[in-house]
Design a protein around this ligand. Sequence first.
Ligand code: 5GP
Length: 194
Amino acid sequence: MELLKNKIIEEGKVLSDTVLKVDSFLNHQVDPKLMKQVGEEFANKFKRAGITKILTIESSGIAPATMTGLELEVPVIFARKRKSLTLTDHLYSAEVYSFTKKVSNEISVSKDFLHEDDVVLVMDDFLANGQAALGLLEIAKQAKATVVGVGIVIEKGFQSGGKQLRDKGIRVESLAIVESLSDGTVTFKEEARI
Ligand code: 5GP
């Protein structure tokens, strides 16, 4: 996706060989026009998949997932990282190790919103080692829902998540695949249809 790639080049900050900061349009401030296009791209890719729910994780997955949900006209569920007092034991939950924060979180989703007859698109802002996506897949599995794919805004192709998911036969669609962050420079993977 050209607009996204340009935005990453212009505004992304390479914090290390493994971490890309995109606080100005995705992770802190959100660019609604860009998110609208992100939503249209995902909706276009998955429009024939019969999706009934989008499942993401708070907080940075919410903006792209919501715009995709708007296009596909389906609800968006975000897994919570902290158990709220109003969410009790009526939950699906999974353990997720955060690549950026280096802590483990138990993520959870109310059983009210995800069911056996749901057809789910899992989404997130970044794909690194796949922990967040695997946690969301585990939650969908507990609900006995069908997962048709994983939609990622920015995949870091040099980390293991993409391969792990694709090796499981899961359809992974990423709008930009970063091949390297070496020497403070963002290099995109050539083959990506972006
Ligand atoms: P994973 O679970 O695939 O290892 O990592 C994905 C999660 O970690 C995403 O939810 C995202 O918030 C965060 N993350 C991983 N790598 C990066 C990165 O380079 N930049 C930012 N901003 N977030 C990242």
